[in-house]
Design a protein. Structure first.
Length: 137
């Protein structure tokens, strides 16, 4: 009986020491609380990261749109330039053509005058020409 009492006493003593060191339910409760706090921190960090990611996405989208607008502007400018070139070429061609036309016309008129002179010299006047045509028809 005495031995048993000693043993129980020692057990109680150990328990007291443990409680003194803060072991037991208290320690367990603190550990759980700390776990909850850590979890909260982790979640908060996750939310923050997500926000950052979204912001970056928005920024990227803005950049992409801006680049698109710039490209469109470039394309339009190029189109305008091409159109100008085309018009200029057209004007040049037209001028060249007209020049040649005028020259040809002058040559034709000169030839006509020359021919007329020859005819007159041969005595083929307008009356004679008219009469000749009349006979031919």
């Amino acid at each position: 009986r005495e031995e048993e009492g000693k043993r129980k006493g020692r057990g109680r003593e150990e328990e007291g020491k443990r409680k003194g060191r803060g072991e037991g339910e208290e320690r367990e409760r603190k550990r759980k609380a700390r776990g909850r706090q850590e979890e909260g921190k982790r979640k908060a960090r996750g939310r923050q990261e997500e926000g950052k990611r979204k912001a970056r996405g928005r920024q990227e989208e803005g950049k992409r749109k801006a680049r698109g607008r710039q490209e469109e502007g470039k394309r339009k400018a190029r189109g305008r330039q091409e159109e100008g070139k085309r018009k200029a070429r057209g004007r040049q061609e037209e001028g060249r053509g007209r020049g040649r036309g005028r020259q040809e016309e002058g040559k034709r008129k000169a030839r006509g005058r020359q021919e007329e002179g020859k005819r007159k010299a041969r005595g083929e006047g307008e009356e004679r020409e008219r009469r000749g045509r009349g006979e031919g028809e």
